[in-house]
Design a protein around this ligand. Structure first.
Ligand SMILES: [Zn+2]
Ligand SMILES: [Zn+2]
Ligand SMILES: [Zn+2]
Length: 113
């Protein structure tokens, strides 16, 4: 699972900052920014996570696309009736844990450069 090198420069940078997961405002997934999004050309709804319409025109009930995916992938039943940008979003909280784990993994930071 945890293979691959950890970029120490990156870790140091992150330790100094408050942990703030990157949320793509194109597809509303965590871990990348809009400019790196492979779905840059598409339109996703922040309200229900579906494609081809915006939140203002959403005909669906509010549901978090990240938590829907989490439920599917991990066969869990976390609450999905919240905004994808909610600070109480289970996916958001897990993303923070994930980042924090990475940071702990970097300690102690050796002196380089
Ligand atoms: Zn994206
Ligand atoms: Zn929608
Ligand atoms: Zn959520």
């Amino acid at each position: 699972m945890k293979s691959g090198k950890v970029n120490l420069g990156w870790c140091r940078l992150k330790i100094r900052k408050f942990i703030r997961p990157r949320l793509c405002f194109v597809c509303y997934r965590y871990g990348h920014m809009a400019r790196d999004c492979i779905d840059r050309d598409k339109i996703f709804c922040s309200r229900c996570g579906e494609e081809k319409h915006k939140a203002a025109e959403c005909p669906n009930e509010m549901s978090c696309s990240n938590c829907k995916r989490l439920n599917l992938r991990l066969k869990e039943e976390v609450d999905i009736k919240h905004d994808v940008k909610s600070r109480l979003c289970e996916s958001y909280l897990r993303e923070i844990d994930f980042i924090r784990e990475k940071i702990d993994y970097c300690k102690p930071v050796p002196k380089i450069q």
